[in-house]
Every structure is written in structure tokens, then in C-alpha cells.
Design a protein around this ligand. Structure first.
Ligand code: ADP
Ligand code: ZN
Length: 519
């Protein structure tokens, strides 16, 4: 098929064919329709508005919240001979004035603008004097309070439609969970516009979740069979980034640190090495990765629990953009849940926001403990139905065994209750296993009916039971109480014997297995 759009794609951008939904989106916009585009990172969202902006008369206005990405895009377009510019706070006054003059004179194909700039009366007046090809609202999830990137100015962008109803609009995002999707459509007045969705599945990524035991050593065990592969290791804190990078370097792995507290020069240099050299392991906080376009990242490892399933998927999505096999490896433990919970509590965010964050954390914990196909669980978070059995995740490759944990759950829950819902996992396990300690006697816990009733499981197994009960919503971690466990509304049914509990058999960690094989 030959069309002006395809011709332009080949002539200007040098690509042979449109990918996936691109052709349909382009055609829709060229015809003057509004739409919403949900595509994972790397799917090629930019072309969806760049091609129509060039085909339609006038300038395409792209609203983007990320200044760095804006500049990268403009540079790339200029190299292709496209007349592109951007307006944001980092631009000196005289340059901004020149760009504005070019806009009004009709000398620009594409103009990237930050939302706060766009919404000034001055700029809106300029738009009024210009010919407009389309409005593209990039990172459209910024309208949503449910997400992490909420930008209040995004909520006012529907005024574009009110002032210029005849100019087509396209909203784009890689965050497609149903609540966000609804909010975008509602807030931007796109409820009647068609929605173009590309599957978020990344079949070449293998997902794996492991229990934290000795995290650094586990990371090393993961990295050592992968010499020379480029990858990202995410940690929660700057300090841990530095420590982990140093630890890996000392063991002969080419690791570099990256976090917002590093000098800008060091950060840029490390990023450059990661992009240009082979086999660099970037140890980073989530400050790293946005807009990094490196196709051959072979793995993304999380040494700490991320903040949400969506965040996790976005971060792991940086692996294997070239389509070759890649891995997503997540190491987590109960301590992470307490730490993240504390971070939420100390964030200073409003009550509702905190509740939302905790809910997201719960969903992620549920993901970690789930025995379902990982791909199925992840895609469900984006409103996508996957049949499961993907054959490329830990749960599919080594199906976890489950056991009837009803009695164990009852013992654990009543132990929480008898000790006054004031203790953390370690002490609760001691009570169940009947630890003969001074503390136990001081607290009088050796007198409880639950004292010593759990000798059939090891301390490690009990820890697993408690973690899973939290993941199942049968126990709550009390953050103010420093990680003590409390019953929930659902605990009662289990205690009364009205609800059975199926638990996943703990995977004996590899080193333990090797140890026992040797003896
Ligand atoms: P997104 O914004 O969805 O993350 P981009 O628009 O940055 O994705 O595109 C990702 C990469 O895919 C870019 O390097 C781009 O040049 C490339 N790309 C996009 N569409 C096509 C296509 N039709 N053919 C070949 N390469 C494409
Ligand atoms: Zn699977």
C-alpha cells in the first residue's frame, strides 16, 4: 500500500513500514479525529503525532512534561530536516522570542511546549494567531491523581478543545491501568474518542521473584553467570546504590552508580558509559531510566521492592527492547514492606494519597507472593487479559507447590491476637516455636496458649507464612508500630474456621539446596 503517510515515513524518518497501530492512528489524526493512544514504552508513540503534524497544514503542538526528552526529540527531528523547536523554562528569553515568532509565521512543523508555558494567556494568544495542525498531549497519565506523575496543569488542558474544537487532539501514554485510562478520557474530554491500544506484553522478558535472604550475595549469584551483559540494578536509597556498586566492582563486575545526589557531571558521564560501552551494570535509584533508549539492556534487577506494579513494569520494560531474551529479577522480603510503608507514612502526603500508596504496595506484595503466571498478573494491572501459562516466568517454569495452610494460618493469627497485635514477625515466630528466652518470660508470653504450638514448621517457614498472610490481606503491617502485625477484617473468617488458606511452598533457596546436597 502506498499513501502520503507511508511515503513520508520512508522519506523523512527512513523507516520501511508502520508498526502495530501506528498507521491507524496516523490516518485517524490526519482525518481530523481525536484519539487516545496506549502503547508501552518503545512501541513508537512519537511517530503517531509526528507524521500527521507533517502531513497536516500548520504546526503540531506537543505538550510534554519532560524538558530533557523534549530537547532530545527536537534534536533528533532537526537532524532529519524537520522544522522543530521547543519552549520551556530552560530557554533564554531571546531564543524563546525567536521560536514564538517562527510559530506565528508558520515556520515550524512541530513545537514542544511544557504545560505551564502553554497555559499562559500570552502563549494561548500566540496560538490564536497561528495555524495549528494538531495538539499532542504526551505522558497523558499526568492528569491522573492515581499515578505518580500527577501534574495539576494537565487537568486544564481540556481548554484546548474548548478554544480550538476543530484541531484534532491525541493523548498518549505508556501507563494504561484502567483507573488512569478512565481519568484521562474524562479529564481531557476524550470519552467519545477512539482508544488505540497495543498489548503491553513483553514476551521476551522473563520475570522472576526471589525471597530476600542475603540480597547482595543473591545479586552476585544472579550476575555471575551473565558476564558482559548490560543491565540495571535498582535500589531504594542513594546509600544502597553506592554500597552495591562498590560491592560489585570489588568482585570484578563493571558497575557504576547513578542517583540524583551525585554530581551532574558524574551522572552524565556514567550514563554515557552505560549507553556507549558494553556490559556495564548501572546501579541506580529510579531517577535513572526515564527516556533511556538502550536496546540491549539484558536484565533489570530490583534489590528492593518497587513502589507499585505499574512502576515495576515500567522499570523492567527497559530490558530487552531489541526483542532478544531479557530478564526481570526481583528480590524482596518483609523488611521492604515495612521500609516502604514507613516512607509512605513519612512522605507528608495527605491521608487519601497515603491510602492509595499503601494499596499499591499491597497489590505489589500480592504479585510477589502469587502462584499465578507472572505475566498474567502484570498485564491484569493494565487491564489486559492474558490466558496465563506464558512459559517464560518463574511460576510457569517451576510451578510452585501449594499446601493447605489453614491450621498454620489459624495458629499464626491467634498468636498475633494473644500477644496484643503489638509484635513483629521475629517475636511471633519465637512464641509459636516456644523460644526459651528471658524476654519471653518477662513478657509472660511463655504462658500464652499459643506458646510453642508451632514446632512443626521451621522459623524460616513461619516467616513465609506471615509474609503470605500479609500478602493475602489477612494481616496488616502496622507502620507506626514499627512493623508489628495486626489482624484485618478478613482474619476472623479464618480464625473461625470458615475460610481455608492455601499457601505457597517456600522455595528452598539455591544455596541452601546446594549446601544440603553436599552433606
Ligand atoms: P515511545 O515514545 O512509544 O516509547 P518512541 O516513539 O520513542 O517510542 O520510539 C521508540 C523507537 O522505535 C525509536 O527508536 C523509533 O525510531 C523506533 N520506531 C518507531 N516506529 C518505528 C517504525 N515504524 N519502524 C521502525 N522503527 C520505529
Ligand atoms: Zn508465566
Amino acid at each position: 500500500m502506498n499513501s502520503p503517510a507511508l511515503d513520508l515515513l520512508r522519506r523523512v524518518f527512513g523507516h520501511a513500514e508502520f508498526r502495530g497501530q501506528q498507521a491507524a492512528v496516523v490516518e485517524h489524526l490526519v482525518d481530523g479525529g481525536d484519539c487516545l493512544v496506549l502503547m508501552p514504552t518503545g512501541a513508537g508513540k512519537s511517530l503517531c503525532y509526528q507524521v500527521p503534524a507533517l502531513l497536516r497544514e500548520g504546526t503540531g503542538i506537543i505538550i510534554s512534561p519532560l524538558i530533557a526528552l523534549m530537547q532530545d526529540q527536537v534534536e533528533a527531528l532537526e537532524q532529519l530536516g524537520v522544522r522543530a523547536a521547543c519552549l520551556n523554562s530552560s530557554l533564554p528569553g531571546d531564543q524563546a522570542a525567536r521560536v514564538e515568532a517562527q510559530l506565528v509565521a508558520g515556520e515550524l512543523d512541530l513545537l514542544y511546549v511544557a504545560p505551564e508555558r502553554l497555559l499562559t494567556e500570552r502563549f494561548l494568544a500566540l496560538l490564536g494567531r497561528s495555524r495549528l495542525a494538531l495538539f499532542a498531549i504526551d505522558e497523558a497519565h499526568c492528569v491522573s491523581q492515581w499515578g505518580h506523575d500527577f501534574r495539576p496543569e494537565y487537568r486544564e488542558l481540556n481548554l484546548l478543545h474548548e478554544r480550538w474544537p476543530q484541531v484534532p487532539r491525541i493523548a498518549l501514554t505508556a501507563t494504561a491501568d484502567p483507573p488512569t485510562r478512565r481519568e484521562i478520557a474524562e479529564r481531557l474530554d476524550l470519552a467519545d474518542a477512539p482508544c488505540f491500544i497495543t498489548s503491553f506484553d513483553r514476551p521476551n522478558i522473563r520475570y522472576r521473584v526471589v525471597l530476600k535472604d542475603n540480597a547482595r550475595q543473591q545479586l552476585l549469584d544472579f550476575l555471575q553467570p551473565r558476564p558482559g551483559q548490560a543491565g540495571i540494578v535498582y535500589c531504594l536509597s542513594r546509600r544502597k546504590v553506592e554500597e552495591t556498586a562498590a560491592f560489585l566492582c570489588a568482585r570484578g563486575i563493571q558497575a557504576l552508580p547513578y542517583h540524583a545526589g551525585l554530581d551532574a557531571g558524574v551522572r552524565a558521564a556514567n550514563q554515557r558509559r552505560f549507553l556507549r560501552e558494553e556490559g556495564i551494570v548501572m546501579v541506580a535509584t529510579i531517577a535513572f531510566g526515564m527516556g533511556i533508549d538502550k536496546p540491549d539492556v539484558r536484565f533489570v534487577a530490583h534489590l528492593d521492592l518497587p513502589k507499585s506494579v505499574e512502576g515495576y513494569y515500567q522499570e523492567t520494560g527497559r530490558a530487552g527492547r531489541d526483542g532478544d531474551p531479557a530478564e526481570a529479577w526481583l528480590c524482596y522480603g518483609m523488611g521492604d514492606v515495612v521500609t516502604l510503608g514507613q516512607m509512605i507514612a513519612q512522605s507528608g502526603a495527605g491521608e487519601e494519597r497515603q491510602r492509595l500508596e499503601r494499596r499499591k504496595l499491597d497489590l505489589l506484595l500480592g504479585y510477589c507472593e502469587s502462584t499465578r503466571c507472572r505475566r498474567q498478573s502484570l498485564l491484569a494491572a493494565f487491564g489486559e487479559d492474558h490466558p496465563g501459562g506464558c512459559g517464560n516466568c518463574d511460576n510457569c517454569l517451576e510451578p510452585p507447590r501449594t499446601w493447605d495452610g489453614t491450621v498454620a494460618a489459624q495458629k499464626a493469627l491467634s498468636c498475633v491476637y494473644r500477644t496484643g497485635q503489638r509484635f513483629g514477625v521475629t517475636h511471633l515466630v519465637d512464641v509459636l516455636r516456644g523460644a526459651d528466652t528471658e524476654r519471653m518470660r518477662q513478657l509472660g508470653h511463655d504462658q500464652l496458649s499459643t506458646y510453642g504450638i508451632g514446632t512443626e514448621l521451621s522459623a524460616q517457614q513461619w516467616k513465609g507464612v506471615f509474609r503470605q498472610l500479609v500478602a493475602l490481606g489477612l494481616l496488616d503491617v502496622d507502620i507506626e508500630g514499627h512493623g508489628s502485625l495486626r489482624l484485618t477484617a478478613d482474619s476472623r473468617a479464618v480464625l473461625r474456621g470458615e475460610q481455608a488458606v492455601s499457601l505457597r511452598e517456600e522455595v528452598v533457596r539455591k544455596r541452601e539446596r546446594e549446601r544440603s546436597a553436599r552433606t
